[in-house]
Design a protein around this ligand. Structure first.
Ligand code: GLC
Length: 459
């Protein structure tokens, strides 16, 4: 695990201008493509439809079809559909959208099979930030075609996506974990602001949960997060551990089995069935968001996409929530796990030039700006993150600038990352389900050590 600093060259800053509100629609209201007005708190705004695709010779590939494996939680897919239509209109290249699941761990398994078979059915694919090292051998080096474009992105993410000198993916958007809280309920129960520490969060969550249940909402809970045994569980665990001063792997050495991690795990286990629902042990992002957005939770850990959705016109919690850094134990900083998605071209694609033209369009500054304002997706291009319209649309981000971003140990574990993460999320999930934390941590630690020994780390 790395603790990332706030250097502007570092992934720490990818979140600098993260998600903003989409204030006039939700995922069921994605059909308006041209112009619309917005009357959110920052005043009326007119947004154009999807940006134009610059052709740059892409017309030469008119008539070819590109298979695009993607599908993001939030409104990302609806936005992509509009972008695909615009791209086809201008280049003549057809794009066949192949939806992937909402579960990163499942997606990994699908790609693994397709690549092992050298499948020609996949041209462009969405790649999680943790995967470049795992799949590099199966991806086209985009450096020759997209060198100038890559230079626009924050160097940290380009470095993450560069394996043995090959740029194997272009960044589409960044992500980081943050705390969502209900402003109206905190005020109603006499709390002056969001919790800084986990102890404060527990107190607030308990008080609000008891009050809301007594007032008749039997389903109300204090806290929701991603507790299922999948990649999101690793992201949550990392935040609990690091905010207690612990770590998982430091400079190639497994450090998981320590006092801080034990305290973090004991705390998280104590939430299940008290301030968090029993079912949180099988929650992924959308389970948490749907419950929070219905108005049935005081706090939620999630990624920025949920901000735009929570502020959609028909959202029950519209303008009744805000975001803050995730809490800490009182003596360590609050942290957020770094996430995000890239676009890559398969080495087995029969149409690599058309695929690259599509990646060039989807990761362009114009498209990143549009997706940031429309869907709250965090830009990875510096000029976009500094764009006044983007900043105005994403008002809460200034407060989260100082949050320490932590990366999962994907470079340390290289091709073994997926298995290493499985050790982390399965162990964490069994602790949440009641397993004894210290014994479980000892087993996890031994399993991780074996993987680190075997791992081929990214150069
Ligand atoms: C988000 C993040 C991604 C992470 C996943 C876990 O999609 O962007 O990096 O792996 O959540 O569920």
């Amino acid at each position: 695990m790395h603790c990332l600093d706030r250097n502007r060259n570092h992934p720490a800053e990818w979140g600098r201008t993260a998600a903003g509100p989409r204030r006039d629609g939700d995922r069921n209201d994605r059909t308006r493509t041209s112009r619309r007005t917005d009357h959110g708190p920052s005043g009326p705004r007119i947004l154009p439809g999807p940006p134009r695709a610059r052709r740059r010779g892409a017309r030469r590939f008119s008539g070819t079809t590109v298979n695009y494996y993607s599908g993001q939680i939030g409104v990302g897919s609806e936005l992509d559909n509009l972008l695909m239509a615009r791209f086809t209109e201008e280049t003549g290249i057809h794009v066949n959208f192949v939806p992937k699941s909402d579960d990163t761990t499942e997606d990994y398994a699908v790609y693994d099979v397709l690549f092992a078979a050298k499948s020609p059915d996949i041209d462009v694919l969405a790649l999680d930030i943790i995967w470049p090292a795992s799949f590099a051998d199966h991806l086209v080096n985009l450096r020759p075609a997209l060198d100038a474009e890559a230079a626009q992105h924050f160097p940290g993410i380009i470095e993450n996506n560069t394996i043995a000198g090959s740029l194997v993916a272009m960044p589409q958007f960044g992500d980081f974990g943050m705390l969502y809280y209900r402003t109206d309920l905190l005020a109603a129960y006499g709390f002056g602001g969001p919790p800084a520490t986990w102890d404060e969060l527990e107190l607030m969550a308990r008080t609000i949960q008891e009050g809301e249940r007594a007032a008749g909402n039997a389903n109300f809970v204090g806290l929701v997060f991603q507790g299922a045994a999948y990649e999101g569980g690793t992201c949550n665990a990392l935040e609990w551990i690091a905010s207690h001063g612990g770590s998982i792997i430091e400079e190639g050495v497994v450090t998981l089995n320590n006092e801080a991690t034990l305290r973090a795990m004991e705390r998280a286990r104590g939430w299940v069935g008290t301030i968090a629902p029993e079912t949180v042990v099988s929650f992924r992002e959308e389970d948490a968001r749907e419950l929070f957005q219905r108005g049935d939770a005081a706090f939620m850990r999630n990624w920025p996409y949920a901000y735009a959705m929570g502020n959609a016109a028909n959202s029950p919690i519209r303008e009744r929530f805000d975001v803050a850094p995730l809490p800490h134990d009182g003596s360590h900083p609050g942290v957020g796990t770094v996430g995000g998605w890239q676009l890559a071209v398969s080495a087995y694609s029969p149409n690599p030039e058309a695929a690259i033209a599509f990646v060039r369009y989807l990761t362009s500054a114009e498209v990143q700006k549009w997706r940031a304002i429309e869907g709250g997706y965090v830009p990875t291009i510096r000029s976009v993150s500094e764009d006044p319209q983007v900043i105005a649309a994403l008002p809460f981000l200034e407060r989260l600038q100082g949050v320490v971003r932590i990366a999962r140990p994907s470079r340390e574990t290289g091709t073994q990352y997926n298995e290493a993460s499985a050790v982390i999320f399965q162990g964490t999930n069994s602790i949440l389900r009641g397993a004894e934390p210290s014994q479980t941590l000892a087993t996890m630690s031994a399993d991780l050590e074996a993987l680190v020994q075997r791992g081929t780390t990214a150069p």
